[in-house]
Design a protein around this ligand. Structure first.
Ligand SMILES: *Cc1c(COP(=O)(O)O)cnc(C)c1O
Length: 352
Protein backbone atom coordinates (compact mmCIF):
# COMPACT_ATOMS: atom_id res chain seq x y z
CA UNK A 1 0.00 0.00 0.00
CA UNK A 2 1.09 3.56 -0.69
CA UNK A 3 2.23 5.56 2.30
CA UNK A 4 0.90 9.07 2.54
CA UNK A 5 2.39 11.90 4.54
CA UNK A 6 -0.84 13.54 5.62
CA UNK A 7 1.01 16.31 7.39
CA UNK A 8 2.56 17.31 4.08
CA UNK A 9 -0.85 17.16 2.47
CA UNK A 10 -2.37 19.51 5.03
CA UNK A 11 -2.39 23.26 4.34
CA UNK A 12 0.83 24.93 5.57
CA UNK A 13 -0.92 26.74 8.43
CA UNK A 14 -2.33 23.43 9.67
CA UNK A 15 1.05 21.61 9.53
CA UNK A 16 2.47 23.61 12.40
CA UNK A 17 -0.81 23.92 14.30
CA UNK A 18 -0.95 22.37 17.76
CA UNK A 19 -4.44 21.17 18.72
CA UNK A 20 -6.05 22.44 21.91
CA UNK A 21 -4.97 20.12 24.66
CA UNK A 22 -7.73 18.98 26.98
CA UNK A 23 -5.88 16.33 28.93
CA UNK A 24 -8.03 13.94 30.91
CA UNK A 25 -6.00 13.04 33.96
CA UNK A 26 -8.06 10.86 36.29
CA UNK A 27 -8.46 12.46 39.72
CA UNK A 28 -10.71 12.59 42.73
CA UNK A 29 -11.20 16.35 42.71
CA UNK A 30 -11.33 17.99 39.28
CA UNK A 31 -10.57 21.71 39.45
CA UNK A 32 -8.77 22.25 36.15
CA UNK A 33 -11.31 23.29 33.52
CA UNK A 34 -13.41 26.11 35.01
CA UNK A 35 -16.52 23.94 35.03
CA UNK A 36 -19.24 24.38 37.63
CA UNK A 37 -19.13 21.77 40.41
CA UNK A 38 -22.94 21.73 40.35
CA UNK A 39 -25.28 20.05 37.92
CA UNK A 40 -29.06 20.01 37.86
CA UNK A 41 -30.71 16.84 39.20
CA UNK A 42 -31.43 14.57 36.22
CA UNK A 43 -35.03 13.84 37.23
CA UNK A 44 -35.80 17.54 37.15
CA UNK A 45 -34.34 18.43 33.80
CA UNK A 46 -34.65 15.32 31.75
CA UNK A 47 -38.18 15.65 30.43
CA UNK A 48 -36.71 14.75 27.11
CA UNK A 49 -38.93 11.85 26.11
CA UNK A 50 -40.55 13.80 23.30
CA UNK A 51 -37.07 14.68 22.03
CA UNK A 52 -35.81 11.09 22.21
CA UNK A 53 -38.87 9.97 20.25
CA UNK A 54 -37.96 12.38 17.47
CA UNK A 55 -34.26 11.66 17.11
CA UNK A 56 -34.90 10.59 13.50
CA UNK A 57 -35.67 14.23 12.64
CA UNK A 58 -33.23 17.13 12.33
CA UNK A 59 -33.33 19.64 15.18
CA UNK A 60 -34.78 23.13 14.73
CA UNK A 61 -32.05 24.74 12.59
CA UNK A 62 -32.71 28.17 14.12
CA UNK A 63 -33.26 26.95 17.73
CA UNK A 64 -36.16 29.40 17.79
CA UNK A 65 -37.46 28.59 21.28
CA UNK A 66 -34.06 28.85 22.89
CA UNK A 67 -33.30 32.07 21.05
CA UNK A 68 -36.57 33.58 22.27
CA UNK A 69 -35.78 32.59 25.85
CA UNK A 70 -32.30 34.10 25.66
CA UNK A 71 -33.77 37.21 24.05
CA UNK A 72 -36.15 37.69 27.00
CA UNK A 73 -33.45 36.90 29.51
CA UNK A 74 -30.83 39.29 28.18
CA UNK A 75 -33.33 41.86 26.85
CA UNK A 76 -31.95 41.82 23.30
CA UNK A 77 -33.86 41.15 20.07
CA UNK A 78 -33.72 37.65 18.60
CA UNK A 79 -32.09 38.99 15.42
CA UNK A 80 -29.16 40.16 17.57
CA UNK A 81 -28.44 36.60 18.75
CA UNK A 82 -26.54 33.73 17.13
CA UNK A 83 -26.30 30.37 18.85
CA UNK A 84 -23.24 28.17 18.69
CA UNK A 85 -22.12 24.70 19.70
CA UNK A 86 -20.24 26.30 22.55
CA UNK A 87 -18.81 29.79 22.18
CA UNK A 88 -15.73 28.11 20.68
CA UNK A 89 -17.75 27.46 17.56
CA UNK A 90 -18.82 31.10 17.41
CA UNK A 91 -15.17 32.19 17.60
CA UNK A 92 -14.55 29.89 14.62
CA UNK A 93 -17.48 31.42 12.75
CA UNK A 94 -16.42 34.98 13.51
CA UNK A 95 -12.92 34.40 12.16
CA UNK A 96 -14.27 32.43 9.18
CA UNK A 97 -16.71 35.22 8.32
CA UNK A 98 -14.52 38.29 8.88
CA UNK A 99 -10.96 36.98 8.63
CA UNK A 100 -7.87 38.59 10.11
CA UNK A 101 -5.68 40.06 11.28
CA UNK A 102 -6.98 38.98 14.69
CA UNK A 103 -5.73 40.94 17.68
CA UNK A 104 -5.84 39.82 21.32
CA UNK A 105 -3.88 40.46 24.51
CA UNK A 106 -1.90 37.60 26.06
CA UNK A 107 -2.07 35.56 28.18
CA UNK A 108 -5.69 34.85 27.34
CA UNK A 109 -8.00 32.09 26.14
CA UNK A 110 -5.90 30.02 23.74
CA UNK A 111 -8.62 29.38 21.16
CA UNK A 112 -8.37 32.88 19.64
CA UNK A 113 -4.86 32.03 18.48
CA UNK A 114 -5.52 28.40 17.56
CA UNK A 115 -8.57 29.22 15.44
CA UNK A 116 -6.85 32.17 13.75
CA UNK A 117 -4.06 29.85 12.66
CA UNK A 118 -6.51 27.12 11.61
CA UNK A 119 -8.23 29.66 9.37
CA UNK A 120 -4.89 30.84 7.97
CA UNK A 121 -5.28 34.28 9.53
CA UNK A 122 -2.63 36.34 11.25
CA UNK A 123 -2.93 36.45 15.03
CA UNK A 124 -1.38 39.48 16.75
CA UNK A 125 -0.54 39.00 20.42
CA UNK A 126 0.01 41.99 22.69
CA UNK A 127 1.20 41.29 26.26
CA UNK A 128 -0.99 42.52 29.12
CA UNK A 129 0.57 45.04 31.49
CA UNK A 130 2.00 44.09 34.88
CA UNK A 131 -1.42 44.26 36.54
CA UNK A 132 -2.86 41.94 33.83
CA UNK A 133 -4.80 44.90 32.42
CA UNK A 134 -4.79 45.97 28.77
CA UNK A 135 -1.69 47.84 27.69
CA UNK A 136 -3.61 50.64 26.03
CA UNK A 137 -0.67 52.23 24.21
CA UNK A 138 0.52 48.96 22.69
CA UNK A 139 -3.00 47.81 21.85
CA UNK A 140 -3.85 51.13 20.17
CA UNK A 141 -0.56 51.09 18.28
CA UNK A 142 -1.38 47.58 17.01
CA UNK A 143 -4.88 48.70 16.01
CA UNK A 144 -3.36 51.52 13.94
CA UNK A 145 -0.59 49.39 12.45
CA UNK A 146 -2.53 46.22 11.56
CA UNK A 147 -6.12 47.46 11.31
CA UNK A 148 -7.41 44.14 12.70
CA UNK A 149 -10.73 42.81 11.46
CA UNK A 150 -11.35 41.24 14.85
CA UNK A 151 -10.20 41.97 18.39
CA UNK A 152 -10.94 39.48 21.18
CA UNK A 153 -11.07 40.72 24.78
CA UNK A 154 -11.89 38.10 27.38
CA UNK A 155 -13.25 40.00 30.39
CA UNK A 156 -13.04 38.57 33.01
CA UNK A 157 -9.90 37.22 31.40
CA UNK A 158 -8.99 33.55 31.38
CA UNK A 159 -6.50 32.64 32.93
CA UNK A 160 -5.79 35.81 34.95
CA UNK A 161 -9.30 36.20 36.41
CA UNK A 162 -9.52 40.01 36.33
CA UNK A 163 -11.81 42.25 34.29
CA UNK A 164 -10.01 44.70 32.04
CA UNK A 165 -10.65 48.38 32.82
CA UNK A 166 -13.80 49.47 31.03
CA UNK A 167 -12.25 52.77 29.94
CA UNK A 168 -9.32 50.97 28.30
CA UNK A 169 -11.69 48.60 26.50
CA UNK A 170 -13.79 51.54 25.29
CA UNK A 171 -10.72 53.28 23.91
CA UNK A 172 -9.97 50.19 21.85
CA UNK A 173 -13.57 49.82 20.68
CA UNK A 174 -13.62 53.47 19.65
CA UNK A 175 -10.29 53.27 17.80
CA UNK A 176 -11.10 50.05 15.96
CA UNK A 177 -12.55 49.95 12.46
CA UNK A 178 -13.04 46.21 12.89
CA UNK A 179 -15.16 44.23 15.33
CA UNK A 180 -14.35 44.04 19.02
CA UNK A 181 -15.63 40.83 20.60
CA UNK A 182 -15.90 40.99 24.37
CA UNK A 183 -15.86 37.38 25.55
CA UNK A 184 -17.96 37.30 28.71
CA UNK A 185 -17.73 33.57 29.46
CA UNK A 186 -17.20 34.42 33.15
CA UNK A 187 -19.48 37.47 33.43
CA UNK A 188 -21.99 35.72 35.74
CA UNK A 189 -19.27 35.55 38.44
CA UNK A 190 -18.20 39.16 38.06
CA UNK A 191 -19.09 42.16 40.20
CA UNK A 192 -19.08 44.31 37.06
CA UNK A 193 -22.12 44.45 34.86
CA UNK A 194 -20.45 43.68 31.56
CA UNK A 195 -20.80 45.27 28.13
CA UNK A 196 -24.33 44.24 27.09
CA UNK A 197 -25.76 47.69 28.03
CA UNK A 198 -23.27 49.29 25.61
CA UNK A 199 -24.34 47.32 22.52
CA UNK A 200 -26.57 50.12 21.29
CA UNK A 201 -23.78 52.67 21.56
CA UNK A 202 -21.15 50.77 19.57
CA UNK A 203 -22.01 49.06 16.28
CA UNK A 204 -18.67 47.25 16.19
CA UNK A 205 -19.12 45.67 19.63
CA UNK A 206 -20.16 42.02 19.92
CA UNK A 207 -20.47 39.91 23.05
CA UNK A 208 -19.92 36.21 23.63
CA UNK A 209 -21.63 34.31 26.43
CA UNK A 210 -21.79 30.61 27.28
CA UNK A 211 -23.60 28.12 29.51
CA UNK A 212 -20.37 26.15 29.94
CA UNK A 213 -19.07 27.81 33.10
CA UNK A 214 -22.41 27.89 34.91
CA UNK A 215 -23.24 24.20 34.95
CA UNK A 216 -23.63 23.03 31.36
CA UNK A 217 -20.22 22.48 29.81
CA UNK A 218 -21.35 19.21 28.29
CA UNK A 219 -24.29 20.79 26.44
CA UNK A 220 -22.10 23.01 24.24
CA UNK A 221 -24.28 26.11 24.11
CA UNK A 222 -22.81 29.54 23.51
CA UNK A 223 -24.29 32.74 22.16
CA UNK A 224 -23.06 35.73 20.24
CA UNK A 225 -24.90 39.02 20.71
CA UNK A 226 -24.38 41.91 18.36
CA UNK A 227 -25.77 44.17 15.67
CA UNK A 228 -28.28 42.34 13.41
CA UNK A 229 -26.07 43.15 10.41
CA UNK A 230 -23.07 41.49 12.06
CA UNK A 231 -25.15 38.47 13.13
CA UNK A 232 -26.43 38.13 9.55
CA UNK A 233 -22.90 37.86 8.15
CA UNK A 234 -21.73 35.33 10.76
CA UNK A 235 -24.89 33.28 10.26
CA UNK A 236 -23.85 32.70 6.63
CA UNK A 237 -21.00 30.42 7.70
CA UNK A 238 -22.96 28.61 10.41
CA UNK A 239 -23.53 24.91 9.78
CA UNK A 240 -27.27 24.29 9.38
CA UNK A 241 -27.97 22.16 12.47
CA UNK A 242 -25.17 23.25 14.78
CA UNK A 243 -27.21 22.94 17.97
CA UNK A 244 -28.53 19.44 18.59
CA UNK A 245 -32.04 18.79 19.83
CA UNK A 246 -31.07 17.56 23.29
CA UNK A 247 -28.89 20.59 23.94
CA UNK A 248 -31.60 22.96 22.77
CA UNK A 249 -34.09 21.29 25.07
CA UNK A 250 -31.96 21.12 28.18
CA UNK A 251 -30.66 24.66 27.70
CA UNK A 252 -34.28 25.85 27.76
CA UNK A 253 -34.73 24.01 31.04
CA UNK A 254 -31.62 25.68 32.42
CA UNK A 255 -33.13 29.12 31.81
CA UNK A 256 -36.34 28.00 33.50
CA UNK A 257 -34.26 27.24 36.58
CA UNK A 258 -32.50 30.56 36.65
CA UNK A 259 -33.07 30.99 40.39
CA UNK A 260 -31.27 27.76 41.18
CA UNK A 261 -28.45 28.67 38.81
CA UNK A 262 -28.14 32.11 40.40
CA UNK A 263 -27.85 30.56 43.85
CA UNK A 264 -25.14 28.18 42.60
CA UNK A 265 -23.24 31.14 41.17
CA UNK A 266 -23.52 32.89 44.54
CA UNK A 267 -22.08 29.84 46.30
CA UNK A 268 -19.18 29.79 43.88
CA UNK A 269 -18.35 33.49 44.29
CA UNK A 270 -18.47 33.28 48.09
CA UNK A 271 -16.29 30.17 48.00
CA UNK A 272 -13.93 32.09 45.73
CA UNK A 273 -13.44 34.74 48.42
CA UNK A 274 -12.85 32.07 51.07
CA UNK A 275 -10.37 30.20 48.87
CA UNK A 276 -8.54 33.44 48.17
CA UNK A 277 -8.04 34.03 51.90
CA UNK A 278 -6.85 30.45 52.38
CA UNK A 279 -4.39 30.66 49.48
CA UNK A 280 -3.10 33.92 50.86
CA UNK A 281 -2.30 32.24 54.18
CA UNK A 282 -0.19 29.43 52.75
CA UNK A 283 3.56 29.96 52.68
CA UNK A 284 4.92 30.17 49.15
CA UNK A 285 1.63 30.82 47.37
CA UNK A 286 0.08 34.13 46.42
CA UNK A 287 -3.33 34.42 44.74
CA UNK A 288 -4.49 37.11 42.33
CA UNK A 289 -7.95 38.66 42.87
CA UNK A 290 -10.55 37.08 40.61
CA UNK A 291 -13.89 38.05 39.07
CA UNK A 292 -14.35 34.55 37.61
CA UNK A 293 -14.95 30.99 38.85
CA UNK A 294 -11.25 30.28 39.23
CA UNK A 295 -8.21 31.76 40.94
CA UNK A 296 -4.78 32.22 39.44
CA UNK A 297 -1.99 31.92 41.98
CA UNK A 298 1.76 31.88 42.06
CA UNK A 299 3.49 29.04 43.84
CA UNK A 300 7.10 28.38 44.67
CA UNK A 301 8.20 25.36 42.62
CA UNK A 302 4.87 25.41 40.81
CA UNK A 303 5.61 22.37 38.62
CA UNK A 304 6.40 20.21 41.63
CA UNK A 305 3.34 21.50 43.50
CA UNK A 306 1.17 20.69 40.49
CA UNK A 307 2.52 17.13 40.32
CA UNK A 308 2.20 16.57 44.06
CA UNK A 309 -1.41 17.73 43.94
CA UNK A 310 -2.14 15.12 41.26
CA UNK A 311 -0.70 12.49 43.55
CA UNK A 312 -3.03 13.76 46.29
CA UNK A 313 -5.95 13.36 43.88
CA UNK A 314 -6.44 17.01 42.89
CA UNK A 315 -6.19 18.20 39.31
CA UNK A 316 -5.70 21.92 38.68
CA UNK A 317 -4.17 23.74 35.68
CA UNK A 318 -0.46 24.35 35.31
CA UNK A 319 -0.01 27.66 33.51
CA UNK A 320 3.76 27.76 33.72
CA UNK A 321 4.13 28.05 29.96
CA UNK A 322 2.09 31.28 29.89
CA UNK A 323 2.93 32.84 33.29
CA UNK A 324 5.97 31.84 35.30
CA UNK A 325 5.18 29.70 38.38
CA UNK A 326 1.45 30.19 37.92
CA UNK A 327 -1.28 27.68 38.66
CA UNK A 328 -5.02 28.05 38.15
CA UNK A 329 -7.63 26.42 40.34
CA UNK A 330 -11.34 26.26 39.55
CA UNK A 331 -13.71 26.93 42.45
CA UNK A 332 -15.38 23.67 43.46
CA UNK A 333 -17.89 22.74 46.15
CA UNK A 334 -16.91 23.71 49.73
CA UNK A 335 -15.82 20.08 50.30
CA UNK A 336 -13.69 20.00 47.14
CA UNK A 337 -12.11 23.32 48.03
CA UNK A 338 -11.25 22.07 51.54
CA UNK A 339 -9.73 18.93 50.05
CA UNK A 340 -7.68 21.08 47.67
CA UNK A 341 -6.47 23.43 50.41
CA UNK A 342 -5.42 20.53 52.61
CA UNK A 343 -3.55 18.89 49.74
CA UNK A 344 -1.94 22.19 48.83
CA UNK A 345 -0.74 22.82 52.39
CA UNK A 346 0.94 19.45 52.23
CA UNK A 347 2.38 20.11 48.77
CA UNK A 348 3.38 23.75 49.10
CA UNK A 349 4.65 24.08 52.61
CA UNK A 350 2.08 24.88 55.31
CA UNK A 351 0.78 28.08 56.88
CA UNK A 352 2.56 31.43 56.68
C1 LIG B 1 -14.16 28.36 28.49
C2 LIG B 1 -14.10 29.56 27.64
C3 LIG B 1 -14.78 29.62 26.42
C4 LIG B 1 -15.38 28.40 25.79
O1 LIG B 1 -16.66 28.24 26.05
P1 LIG B 1 -17.53 27.12 25.35
O2 LIG B 1 -18.85 27.80 25.30
O3 LIG B 1 -17.49 25.93 26.25
O4 LIG B 1 -16.99 26.82 23.99
C5 LIG B 1 -14.79 30.81 25.70
N1 LIG B 1 -14.09 31.86 26.14
C6 LIG B 1 -13.38 31.83 27.28
C7 LIG B 1 -12.63 33.02 27.70
C8 LIG B 1 -13.36 30.68 28.05
O5 LIG B 1 -12.61 30.62 29.16
Amino acid sequence: MKTIDFTKLARPNIRSLKPYEAREIPCKVKLDANESPYSLPADKIFQAKNIINRLNRYPDPEAKKLKKTISKNLKVNTDSILLGNGSDELIYYLITAFGGPVLYPVPTFSMYGIISQACGEKGIEIPLDKGFDLDTDKMLAAVRKYNPKLIFLSSPNNPTGNCFSADRMLKIIEASKGIVVVDEAYQPFSSEKGFLPLLNDYKNLAILRTLSKIGFAALRVGFLIGDPGLIKEVNKVRLPFNLNALSQNIALEAFRRKKLMDSQIKNITSERERLFEELDKITGTSPYPSEANFILFKAKNANAVYQRLIKEGVLIRNLGSAIKDALRVTIGTPEENNFFIKALRKSAGGKK
